[in-house]
Design a protein around this ligand. Sequence first.
Ligand code: ADP
Ligand code: ASP
Ligand code: MG
Length: 406
Amino acid sequence: MLIVQKYGGSSVATPERIKRVAKRVVDGYKAGNKMVVVVSAMGDTTDELIDLMKKVTSKPVEREVDMLLSTGEQISIALLSMAINDLGCKVISLTGAQAGVKTNNVHNKAKIIDINVQRLQSELNKGNIVVVAGFQGVSEKNEITTLGRGGSDTSAVALAAALKADLCEIYTDVDGVYTADPRVVPDASKLKYVSHDEMLEFASLGAQVLHPRSVELAKLYNMPIAVRSSFDFNTDGTIVQEVSNMEKELVVSGVAYDDNVARIGLYDVPDKPGIASKIFRALANKNIDVDMIIQSAVRNNVNDISFTIARDDLQKALSVVEEIQDKVGFSRYAHDEDVSKVSIIGSGMVSNPGVAATMFEALADEGINIEMITTSEIKVSCVVKSRHAVQAVRAIHKKFELDAIS
Ligand code: ADP
Ligand code: ASP
Ligand code: MG
């Protein structure tokens, strides 16, 4: 079998853990498998690099951010390869570029567009275990890029798809995907299976456990992912796979929340064709992803538009808004950084009316005000004040009795 394994930051945080991972990889290799191993930066290295950067500059050049952040993963690949070598196995470490990971030119949140597997294949054919730096690639302009926070998952799934691997295992500090973040809801239940579509919502709506783009790729290439614990190799994790193989479909399979949210409101926006396109094109041109958009009812030929973006993008978005104010003609704008998005996910929602109402009741019972709402076939999201987010997640989890899933 060809197995791609990915070990997250906490799984390689210390020399002892790196040695444990090495042993795990070697076990797989000695069992006769071809092994490709993707690793993240050790522990909080990426955060530490960002702190360091902030001490040097408040306006980092995006290219140099990638140059800096990509070093974290390079430490891990070298050390893990040394540890594997000590166990007597043939091994080679490769950076993203050496492994053929080609991305677009968008620094800091690049997308993988192709993987040239030649080098990887030839190393595997020589009998090497191949250790690849996650989270990074090389752009069409031959620059080092990174894939956005948490992007090593995406490196692993992309490599698994490109190599047509038999198995893609993501080892992390939890033993699977739960009905809510187990750090926030201690009695959350572990899901044995979750569909790609649901997992994509979980990930996009703030459940850190998998990077959204990794799930998108897994769905596209119909690649199952096993999410497992790197602290206890003996527990079964969660299998993310296509619906047809699922055991059962839950009405609501979980609750997620996202703190990386900010809201911008534009007031007295002229109510005529072409206005929304001007606003959102300008934001898109700066690679700012807009999430929820709400337009109020018209009064005197004007209305208000509010939208949410990642809090990380707030300064960039505010400068776009300021730039277009005269051209678009709104009278003023405001922003709120103190908001979070709380969501429920479930593919059974579509055929069960009243699910959204139950969620709103859970919030009402806690006296939590809902500022914005969006729905789709398999999710409902509410924007609330950040200080209420955790309380909201717990109340909703309880209301849907998600602690009782077996
Ligand atoms: P890694 O460094 O291995 O990539 P991450 O910190 O990125 O690990 O992701 C694992 C974390 O995701 C867990 O520690 C957990 O707190 C968080 N998490 C959020 N939502 C969920 C969920 N629904 N199920 C499991 N873990 C979750
Ligand atoms: N080291 C990167 C991060 O912390 C990538 C990853 O861990 O997946 O975001
Ligand atoms: Mg992660």
